[in-house]
Design a protein around this ligand. Structure first.
Ligand SMILES: NC(=O)c1ccc[n+]([C@@H]2O[C@H](COP(=O)([O-])OP(=O)(O)OC[C@H]3O[C@@H](n4cnc5c(N)ncnc54)[C@H](O)[C@@H]3O)[C@@H](O)[C@H]2O)c1
Ligand SMILES: N[C@@H](CCC=O)C(=O)O
Length: 548
């Protein structure tokens, strides 16, 4: 029984800790790294609040130190997928009926636990499991995930508060019900925060969830599950399992109570999901919500009036932070001929200062790419250039080495063909391709940029000329869901730059915003009339005195 409306005010973004040499946070993080590295973790599934183990153990090794064993997780079978769905559906009624302020408190407590007690363990897990440096781990697995939890609670309380008008004689109200079934959350390797957000945003709305992270993110995902349990998440609300992707899909999409998928990952996987769901459409109790944020071919367009140093910094960080494994990473740049030589010279000099190596050495800016599959796929593009396939050459970088880990140097490819393969396809690694255009052809080059790839995730323009900035902002209106002016195309912050792309890059439901939460709700409108009519006739059907 809820006898009051409880509001949750807009939070502040979690401050990013600096990890400067000698700082208390650096010591704490180094301690957590050493402790986690020294412990072989045995990571169970979590189904119906129970730890579940299988006889199929999969090893986990740091991408930057493949000789070291961090532990293993227990691979799920078909039976585990069915168990997770059953547990979710069993938990549904009680969870959906829980008053909002109690549901909210669980996620706010999880945010506070992550900001304090678990911060360093979570960052260390992300550094070791996904090969992020300390800063990249801090902005992802601490700050962004804390922000997702706190901002979503605030956004959802705004939705609940939003009610229709009620003229005299009636009361109209809107009940924001959870979906009638379970939600499948399928999450990618590259952001611990996305792993945490996709199941919790749906669960916060009263839904029950089956969560399947990428194998290469299980190490940090399991730490977040420990936090949720400590925060009081009831059994069965989020069930964390590790089946192969196609297996979880096949079972979930065939279930009549499949109510939606919250996905982040590659475009190909999302399109195959959508097709399978479409093929099963007559099985379902309701139309499933399909929310997917996918790949990108993110651009930097430099206008002839741009500030060169700002462009160089934007490219260096935008393309090579976390080894370019951000969906938002700059991967193609269009440079005007009047600035191109200076930009290239300064960029090459900057990249020469980027140290590459394992995460425990905090002076390394670049670490390893996620796994052997990624290593092979990325180096294939580099080899293509080295082998003279097409009109391209390596400007800097281009070396790679897998003896100790999956290391690939920050690599810049230069091409004279704006349709060269590395200008069009998502590579998802530390590879940037640049194309130089004649400065007086900048308007025509915008058209080339817009039609080069099927994606529309992020993009940045650099210019000082305000007419040019206005022109480009309008001309590229559909080219990116997140558009940056004089800044790198990465680093969106929850509550500040709601994130998501259009075209082949996804459904653009903007993770960590109010728009996303609407997808996990199914509103019921209730009209109550206080004094009900007792005659069906319209007023003009009533015989008046004149008619008599
Ligand atoms: N737009 C965004 O917000 C955003 C954010 C992060 C990553 N990404 C994209 O994610 C990709 C990189 O992540 P990834 O390598 O983990 O992506 P991926 O598509 O390989 O995997 C994502 C998830 O889908 C699962 N999966 C794979 N095949 C499946 C299938 N047939 N059915 C169901 N699930 C399946 C994987 O196991 C994993 O959990 C890049 O394309 C990147 O652009 C997009
Ligand atoms: N928040 C991230 C997006 C995640 C993509 O992988 C950024 O904007 O860099």
């Amino acid at each position: 029984m809820n006898n009051a409306y409880f509001d949750f005010a807009e939070p502040k973004n979690e401050p990013v800790l600096g990890y400067a040499p000698g700082s208390a946070e650096r010591k704490a993080l180094q301690h957590a790294l050493a402790e986690m590295k020294a412990t072989k973790r045995d990571i169970p599934m979590y189904i119906d609040g129970e730890e579940v183990r299988s006889d199929n153990k999969v090893e986990i090794r740091p991408p930057h130190e493949t000789a070291h064993l961090l532990g293993h997780f227990h691979m799920s079978s078909e039976e585990h997928v069915h168990d997770a769905i059953d547990a979710a559906l069993d938990a549904r009624e009680k969870w959906a009926a829980m008053n909002w302020e109690h549901r909210a408190s669980i996620f706010l407590k999880a945010a506070d636990l992550l900001a304090t007690k678990y911060r360093y363990r979570m960052n260390a897990a992300t550094m070791l499991g996904q090969s992020k440096n300390a800063y990249q781990a801090e902005i992802d697995s601490a700050c962004e995930l804390i922000d997702f939890l706190r901002f979503n609670v605030h956004f959802l309380s705004k939705i609940y508060k939003d009610q229709p008008i009620s003229p005299a004689g009636m009361n109209n109200r809107m009940e924001y019900r959870p979906l009638e079934g379970f939600v499948l959350a399928v999450t990618p390797f590259n952001f611990t925060a996305i792993g945490g957000n996709l199941p919790t945003s749906a669960a916060m709305c009263g839904n029950v969830v089956v969560w399947k992270p990428a194998n290469t993110q299980v190490y940090s995902a399991s730490v977040f599950m420990e936090i949720l349990i400590e925060a009081g998440l009831p059994a069965g609300v989020i069930n964390l399992i590790y089946p192969p992707g196609p297996m979880v899909g096949e079972i979930c999409y065939a279930h009549p109570y499949f109510a939606g998928v919250h996905f982040t990952g590659s475009t190909g996987v999302f399109q195959s999901m959508w097709k399978s769901i479409g093929n099963n459409i007559s099985r379902y109790r309701s139309y499933p919500r399909i929310v997917g944020e996918t790949g990108g071919k993110d651009f930097v367009f430099v206008h002839p009036s741009a500030n060169v140093d700002a462009v160089v910094a934007g490219l260096a960080r935008g393309a090579f932070e976390f080894q370019g494994q951000k969906c938002s990473a700059a991967s193609r740049a269009y440079l005007p001929a009047n600035l191109a030589e200076e930009i290239k010279k300064k960029l090459v000099a900057e990249l020469a200062t980027m140290k590459m190596g394992p995460v425990d050495d905090f002076t390394n800016f670049v670490n390893a790419v996620i796994d052997e599959k990624a290593f092979k796929s990325i180096t294939k593009y580099i080899d293509g250039v080295k082998n003279g396939n097409g009109d391209a050459k390596i400007l800097c970088g281009g070396n790679y080495d897998s003896k100790k880990g999956w290391f690939i140097e920050p690599t810049v490819i230069e091409t004279t063909d704006p349709s060269y393969v590395t200008m069009c396809e998502e590579i998802f690694g530390p590879v940037l391709t640049i194309y130089t255009y004649e400065a007086d052809m900048w308007i025509q080059t915008l058209e080339v940029l817009d039609s080069t790839s099927p994606y529309a995730l992020t993009g940045a323009i650099f210019a000082q000329d305000r007419y040019a900035i206005e022109y480009m902002t309008k001309a590229l209106v559909n080219s990116a869901g997140n558009f940056y002016i004089n800044d790198k195309p990465t680093g969106a912050v929850v509550g500040q730059q709601p994130f998501g792309g259009a075209r082949a890059s996804g459904t653009n439901d903007k993770a960590g915003s109010i728009l996303n939460l609407y997808r996990w709700l199914s509103a019921r409108t209730i009209k109550e009339t206080y004094v009900s009519p007792t005659d069906y006739r319209y007023p003009f059907h009533q015989p008046d005195k004149a008619d008599k």
